[in-house]
Design a protein around this ligand. Structure first.
Ligand SMILES: *Cc1c(COP(=O)(O)O)cnc(C)c1O
Length: 472
């Protein structure tokens, strides 16, 4: 299996070669040359596999240049009850007739990003042991991604993490989750500024190619292909848990931001998993909802991007979206490149008059809905009252969209993207009391914290990194 660029300008690469970069050399995104197909016979067997074995079967179709025994070992080391709380790893919880919740948030940081990131930690470490290299992961976070990356990479040899966050602007829980890590290879950098400034600094540092190469800088952002691949697995797991035979079809509702999670669902569907519809749930930042309703993709400016009570979905553009548009346009790299040129120039493009957009829902199963704060609060309340299950604000957005598109005879699975414990203020507003926390995290905020405060300048960050790596 080789990987190509959505814009056609990259020589085919192997899975290992794109492990550290989701971005293709021509500015496009790396994507599979074709999606591997799953046969009926395979589905029959896969239905009964434990999570790690299922993950191995799915991922080996993409990671064809990894020796199978080695890959299986890394996957088995990743998906354990010790790390994810249950032997099922992603248990399915019924919420009523034909509605269920796929629990993806019982990893170390209580958000679904752990599922892919934990595997990435093992894949990176293995690749570095083999090549003898080292890797310094640089990123900016406003919450979930940064902590998932740090918990996945902590204590790993030949890897350091430099994670920038806006000083004093994350929730006390999120701050404590990251800053209480005392592993020698984790560097928390609180930036004097807002998230966008932290992200701009990361971009500026990465734009210095000489520095990037010398310091072995890499990223683990949401366009990382291995992350996407690892997320394909739980669509299969959820499907098998919700059905009795492979002739049944189910739909998935996915709280979406950068379009990484639901894009993995799209891949599972393209591989042949019987998925009826993929329900894309957004919050007030409705870039994606607007596209699926109208065919117009219009990215938002920083000032148009709203701070909401489902903050991990507050995006102005969806970084994985180009991969889907590539598929929508019949995998035509020239048209994809033209659209992204237009996006660059005019801030958007319009596919409403094209046959591809008119046939989108029918061919690819996508539908969408956008929520608001009031809807989210009502969704949390309603779900608790009707089912006894407390969901986090992002999952609540997914549930709202799921209920809108539910139809008889077609089970709907909502992906749980975080636990309520991470978003105590919104939960209190919804139900009048704070959410419970996993006992291991009871005293999180009282643990000693380790971080440095630096100004939002690339120069200061570069100097700091060079001091830690010892590379001049
Ligand atoms: C990252 C995240 C999302 C959005 O996922 P994408 O893959 O970016 O679409 C939704 N909810 C939570 C809690 C997240 O952390």
């Amino acid at each position: 299996m080789n990987y190509i660029s959505t814009r056609g300008g990259m020589a085919p690469k192997s899975f290992s070669e794109i492990l550290l970069e989701g971005l293709a050399s021509d500015g496009g995104l790396a994507t599979a040359e074709h999606y591997p197909e799953v046969t009926e016979a395979e589905l029959e067997v896969w239905r009964f596999l434990p999570y790690a074995e299922l993950a191995f079967e799915v991922i080996r179709k993409f990671a064809t240049d990894f020796a199978p025994a080695r890959l299986r070992g890394l996957i088995q080391k990743t998906y354990t009850a010790r790390t994810f709380g249950t032997v099922e790893i992603t248990p399915l919880v019924p919420l009523g007739e034909e509605l269920a919740l796929l629990r993806l948030s019982n990893g170390p940081t209580l958000a679904f990003k752990d599922i892919a990131m934990q595997l990435l930690g093992h894949l990176f470490e293995d690749a570095l042991l083999e090549s003898g290299g080292e890797l310094n992961i640089l990123g900016a976070t406003s919450g979930d991604t940064g902590s998932a990356a740090e918990y996945a990479m902590r204590g790993k040899s030949h890897i350091r993490v430099f994670m920038l966050s806006p000083h004093g602007r994350m929730s006390p829980f999120q701050t404590a989750q990251m800053f209480s890590l005392t592993d020698a290879n984790i560097f928390n950098i609180a930036i004097e500024g807002v998230f966008d400034q932290a992200q701009d600094v990361v971009k500026a540092v990465s734009a210095d190619r000489g520095f990037k190469e010398r310091q072995h800088i890499g990223t683990v952002n949401s366009i990382n292909w291995a992350r996407v691949t690892a997320q394909v697995v739980y669509y299969f797991k959820g499907y098998f848990a919700a059905t009795r035979s492979n002739t049944e079809r189910v739909s998935f509702a996915v709280p979406s931001g950068n379009f990484g999670n639901i894009y993995a669902g799209h891949i599972a569907r393209m591989m042949g998993l019987p998925i009826a519809r993929l329900v894309c749930a957004t919050n007030e930042n409705d870039v994606l909802d607007e596209f699926f309703r109208t065919g117009v993709y219009r990215v938002r400016s920083a000032s148009e991007t709203r701070q909401t009570s489902s903050p991990s979905m507050d995006i102005s553009k969806a970084s994985n979206f180009e991969r889907f548009i590539f598929d929508l346009l019949g995998r035509d790299p020239k048209r994809t490149r033209e659209l992204w040129d237009e996006l660059e120039e005019k801030g958007g493009f319009d596919l409403s008059a094209t046959p591809e957009f008119r046939g989108l829902a029918e061919r690819f199963g996508f539908v969408s809905a956008a929520s608001t704060h009031a809807v989210r609060i009502a969704s949390i309340r309603q779900t608790l009252a009707e089912t006894g299950v407390l969901v986090d604000p992002h999952t609540a957005d997914g549930l709202y969209a799921a209920r809108r598109f539910q139809r008889a005879g077609e089970p709907m699975i909502v992906l749980e993207t975080a636990l309520p414990a991470k978003f105590a203020a919104t939960i209190e507003e919804a139900i009048g009391r704070a959410p419970e926390r996993p006992p291991a995290l009871a005293d999180l905020e009282t643990l000693p914290q380790r971080y440095v405060v630096l100004p939002a300048y690339a120069k200061a960050i570069k100097e700091y990194i060079a001091r830690q790596t010892g590379i001049a």
